[in-house]
Design a protein around this ligand. Structure first.
Ligand code: ADP
Ligand code: AMP
Length: 228
C-alpha cells in the first residue's frame, strides 16, 4: 500500500447498459485502472480450481456471488494492483457495489484508508433494449474486449479486432439468466443509488445512444471530478 491518493470512480447501470464497453474507452483517458468484478470472476472460472467451482454455481444462473467472497476477491485484487503499481492514480469500479452490504463495505474500506468515492456514473438504458444487447454480446477470450453481433461487430467474424483472440458468448447471457440478473439489478442495485445521489456524486448519463456519443458524455462529466 502506498500514500498516493487514489481516485475511486464507480460505473453502474443495468446489465447490458454498456459499462464494460465505456469503461474500456474512458479509463485510460482518465488515468484510471478498470476493475470489473465480473472479469475477476471470469478469470477465477477459467482457473479450474475449487474456488472456480464455487463461483460457477452462482455465475451461470445469473445469481450474485456471496458478498463476503466478492468483497474478499475485489479488495485482494486492488491491494495487489497497488503493490504492483505504486503510481496508480485511480480505479474505475465496474459491477461493484451491487447491493447495500457491498456499498457499506466499500465505504468503510475507503474510510479506513482516508479515501472516498469521487464520482458514480450511472449509465442508464431502458429495460427493453437490454435483452437485445446481452443476447448478442460477444467477448474476447484473451483480452476481454466486448463486441455485439449487430451493434458493434468485429471486423472479422469470430476474432477480436484488438488481439485476434477467439470471441465467445458468456454462459450467463442466456434469456433466463439475463431476466434473473436484471431482476437483481432493479431490486438490489438501483436502490443503492440514492445513497450516492444524496452525497451529490451521482452523474446520470443516457446510455441509449451511439457508443461514441456515450463515451464523450462520460468523459465530459468526469473531467472536473477526477484529478490526477
Ligand atoms: P455491461 O458491462 O453494462 O453489462 P457491455 O459493455 O458488455 O455492458 O455491453 C453490452 C452489449 O451491448 C455488448 O454487446 C456491447 O457491444 C453492446 N453495447 C454497448 N454499448 C452500446 C450502445 N451504446 N449501443 C448499442 N450496443 C451497445
Ligand atoms: P457482470 O460481468 O458484471 O455482468 O457479472 C457477471 C456475474 O459475476 C454476476 O451475474 C455475478 O454472478 C458475478 N458478480 C459480478 N460482480 C458481482 C458483485 N459485485 N457481487 C456479486 N456477484 C457479482
Amino acid at each position: 500500500m502506498t500514500d498516493q491518493p487514489v481516485n475511486y470512480v464507480i460505473i453502474v447501470g443495468p446489465q447490458g447498459a454498456g459499462k464494460g464497453t465505456q469503461a474500456a474507452a474512458v479509463a485510460p483517458q482518465l488515468g484510471l485502472e478498470h476493475v470489473a468484478t465480473g472479469d475477476l470472476f471470469r478469470a477465477i472460472l477459467k482457473s479450474d480450481s475449487e474456488l472456480g467451482d464455487e463461483v460457477r454455481q452462482y455465475y451461470d444462473q445469473g445469481a450474485l456471488v456471496p458478498d463476503d467472497l466478492t468483497i474478499r476477491v475485489l479488495f485482494a485484487h486492488i491491494e495487489q494492483l497497488q503493490r504492483g503499481r505504486p503510481d496508480l492514480t485511480g480505479v474505475l469500479l465496474d459491477g461493484f457495489p451491487r447491493n447495500a452490504a457491498q456499498a457499506e463495505a466499500l465505504d468503510s474500506a475507503l474510510a479506513e484508508r482516508g479515501e472516498a468515492i469521487s464520482a458514480v456514473v450511472l449509465v442508464d438504458v431502458p429495460r427493453d433494449e437490454l435483452m437485445k444487447r446481452l443476447t448478442g454480446r460477444l467477448i474476447c477470450a484473451d483480452c476481454g474486449a466486448t463486441y455485439h453481433r449487430e451493434f458493434n461487430p468485429p471486423a472479422s467474424e469470430g476474432a477480436c479486432d484488438q488481439c485476434g483472440g477467439e470471441l465467445f458468448q458468456r454462459s450467463d447471457d442466456t434469456p433466463e439468466a439475463v431476466e434473473k440478473r436484471l431482476g437483481i439489478y432493479y431490486e438490489q442495485t438501483e436502490p443503492i443509488l440514492d445513497h450516492y445521489r444524496e452525497q451529490g456524486i451521482l452523474i446520470e448519463v443516457d446510455g441509449n445512444r451511439e457508443i461514441n456519443t456515450v463515451t464523450k458524455a462520460i468523459l465530459e462529466s468526469l473531467k472536473q471530478r477526477v484529478s490526477n
